[in-house]
Design a protein around this ligand. Structure first.
Ligand SMILES: *[C@@H]1O[C@H](CO)[C@@H](O)[C@H](O)[C@H]1NC(C)=O
Ligand SMILES: *[C@@H]1O[C@H](CO)[C@@H](O)[C@H](O)[C@H]1NC(C)=O
Ligand SMILES: *[C@@H]1O[C@H](CO)[C@@H](O)[C@H](O)[C@H]1NC(C)=O
Length: 644
């Protein structure tokens, strides 16, 4: 609260005190203007309003009581003395002054700006520099007090954004005393009769302020565009903005626009009653540049309000949380011997081994009764028998003669049954549904696993943004970013070179569905679970765009009705259907061309079920090892027999 009260103190900045004597004629018309200004200010006054007064000569306006009454929170007076000697110096002064005026405007709740000058050159300069210096927003009401012939006044009002589009009225001295009369003019860029300058009120000392039309003193200019064309930029960026060439009834090609951002724009255009005029642009940079230059009013595709971007243009309200995410190729299976082992845990293997060591011994002891009948080789036979039961290849040819021996065999059979079934079952499952190696899902894992992250040209801003981060992880990410390839090329690189590609989540999933998904719905890419950046997104609009509140109002209505999500889902499912139809058509076309393709599809079918060497490496290595061992032992045996 303290802050606000301090602003009440009158700010008095007087630049260049050497007033040139030849300027005295201004005083006569200015003295009388005070009453008119006071009347206007009182008419639009609010309890927290303050006033910024900008004049080219010492002004008496703020001495008028009604002016002070209309600005309860104080008056700031800024004076520029134009002595016409050095235009550059005046410009420097003016920009410095506007900067200070802007500080006052930003520190106040409600500001009216009054500019007093009868010099059209100064008014031109002010219009230009107040735009550059960002003095005005729509909520700031600007009153220009001047004395110009009508044609000049019309030209002035309609040729500057500050006067034509912003919340500006012009108080013009029409008649000098004794019939003193001031008229209030405003420029309406969009009216039923197109752009026009309108005389909305008149002020005379005797009758005060009289409104001449049904419009308020400061009319709302952007609630209805009355069908006028509004320039918009946008480029294909599915599912936000989709362009499709279609043949019209008369055979000509027309572009059909869809996508959730375009549909939002279309709905807004119906509400605000304007016609969308899409300006063709070559790149995203150009599309946004048109908005900076105010040639286009909106770039109607989401942009994340990065600090770098905010220096160049403003944004509508945040209407979408467009998470930045990344895509990588799904990691393939690495051939490994593990496949034979991982059906059981190490602990289980250890216990099986222990049991396997003790079992033959116990078995041997229990069935020692048979030993007498069949000579010395019994131990090896017992081992073989126990092993045979375990792997399900053998049953004891002869049961032990004593009950304890039979019980032992039964126990071993049950154990072998369970272990064998479990192992075989798990092995089958593990081979058909192999365990994929872990894949990067978070930023930390991303920067540790890949060597390059690709992003389209507009990613340069993101790289700078990440590079300026305090986090080491994001700095590292910035260093490995490669700016240039389009998203489609980036995704292709992800498959071929194992790089990552970064973009908005919805866009990536749409891209994968459209270009990187097989007819059977499988894809080699995956979208990371974690997001890189919670990308709040909005549409770029020029700095201090006066129509922002109208756009925001419509955007909120769209979001609150849940329409945006619905349009987004619709667009993605349309893409999916289109992509599937295209693949089916492609297959059908190929089928017509010959048998050859049938083999191809058969092969692709086979590749889904067949187990590869990658899966079966374990058993193959195992048998090779066995053959090798047997070979070595055989060689030793042969040599021993030979030596005898
Ligand atoms: C004014 O500025 C312009 C461009 O900045 C420069 O070319 C010109 O020489 C300057 N004039 C004076 C009088 O300094
Ligand atoms: C929209 O603009 C057209 C063209 O000026 C006009 O005829 C129509 O009445 C306007 N619609 C609304 C709802 O204002
Ligand atoms: C809209 O774009 C056209 C070019 O397509 C341009 O001539 C026109 O001046 C633009 N309108 C505005 C208001 O800038």
């Amino acid at each position: 609260m303290m802050m606000w009260w301090m602003k009440k103190v009158v700010v008095l900045v007087i630049m260049m005190a050497d007033v040139v004597a030849s300027q005295s004629p201004q005083h006569s018309w200015q003295q009388d203007a005070g009453g008119g200004v006071g009347a206007v200010l009182e008419a639009v006054s609010q309890p927290t309003c303050s006033l910024i007064l900008l004049t080219t000569s010492p002004s008496t306006i703020f001495k008028e009581e009604s002016v002070v009454r209309g600005s309860p929170w104080g008056v700031g007076v800024f004076e520029v003395v134009v002595d016409g000697q050095d235009a550059n110096e005046t410009l420097v002064l003016l920009s410095h002054l506007l900067h200070q005026a802007r500080q006052v405007r930003m520190g106040s709740r409600c500001v009216r700006v009054v500019v007093v000058s009868h010099d059209p050159v100064f008014l031109d300069t002010f219009a230009e520099w107040s735009l550059k210096g960002r003095l005005l927003v729509w909520a700031t009401k600007l009153l220009v007090v001047t004395s110009l012939p009508l044609p000049q006044l019309h030209a002035l009002l309609s040729s500057h954004w500050t006067f034509s589009m912003m919340n500006t009225i012009l108080l013009n001295l029409d008649d000098t005393p004794p019939n003193l009369r001031y008229s209030v003019y405003t420029h309406l860029p969009y009216s039923p009769d197109g752009a026009q300058v309108l005389r909305v009120a008149v002020w005379t000392p005797r009758h005060g302020l009289r409104l001449l039309t049904a419009l308020p003193l400061f009319p709302e200019k952007f609630s209805n565009f009355h069908g006028a064309e509004v320039n918009v930029t946008g480029k294909p960026w599915p599912p936000y903005w989709v362009e499709e060439q279609q043949e019209a009834a008369d055979g000509s090609l027309v572009t059909i626009y869809t996508g959730c951002d375009y549909l939002s724009l279309e709905t807004i255009s119906h509400t605000l009653n304007f016609t969308i005029n899409i300006i063709p642009t070559a790149s995203w940079g150009e599309a946004v540049k048109k908005v900076e230059e105010r040639v286009a009013f909106i770039t109607a595709v989401f942009h994340v309000p990065l600090p770098e971007r905010k220096k160049k243009h403003d944004f509508t309200r945040i209407y979408e949380y467009n998470q930045m995410s990344f895509t990588l190729a799904k990691p393939g299976l690495k051939p490994s011997l593990d496949s034979l082992f991982y059906p059981l845990t190490g602990e289980v293997w250890a216990w099986v081994l222990v049991v396997l060591l003790f079992m033959p011994a116990i078995y041997y002891m229990v069935s020692r009764g048979r030993e007498k009948q069949c000579g010395r080789l019994r131990v090896a036979a017992e081992v073989l028998e126990v092993m045979g039961i375990l792997v399900g290849q053998n049953l004891p040819q002869q049961l032990p003669p004593i009950t304890s021996g039979r019980l032992l065999v039964v126990a071993w059979l049950v154990f072998a049954l369970i272990i064998g079934t479990v192992y075989r079952g798990n092995l089958t499952a593990a081979l058909t549904l192999p365990k994929y190696p872990p894949r990067p899902e978070t930023v930390e894992q991303l920067v540790d696993t890949v060597h390059k992250v690709t992003m389209p040209p507009f990613g340069e801003l993101w790289r700078q943004f990440f590079a300026g981060s305090d986090s080491e992880v994001y700095k590292k990410l910035a260093r490995m970013m490669m700016i240039g390839p389009s998203t489609r090329e980036g995704l292709q690189m992800a498959i071929e070179q194992n790089t990552a590609n970064m973009a908005a989540r919805r866009y990536l999933s749409n891209m994968i569905v459209e270009h990187f998904t097989e007819a059977d719905g499988t894809t080699r890419l995956y979208l990371a679970r974690e997001t890189l950046f919670p990308g709040q997104s909005a549409w770029p609009i020029p700095h201090d765009a006066p129509y922002q509140s109208q756009l925001d109002r419509c955007l909120i209505a769209i979001i609150e009705a849940g329409l945006y999500e619905k349009w987004s889902d619709d667009t993605v499912s349309q893409t999916r259907r289109r992509s599937q139809r295209r693949q089916r058509e492609y297959l059908a076309q190929q089928l017509q061309q010959g048998q050859q393709v049938v083999d191809e599809t058969a092969e692709s079918d086979k590749s889904i079920i067949a187990l590869t060497v990658t899966h079966m490496q374990g058993p193959l290595v195992f048998i090779l090892l066995g053959l090798f061992l047997a070979g070595v032992v055989f060689a030793v045996e042969v040599s021993m027999t030979y030596n005898k």
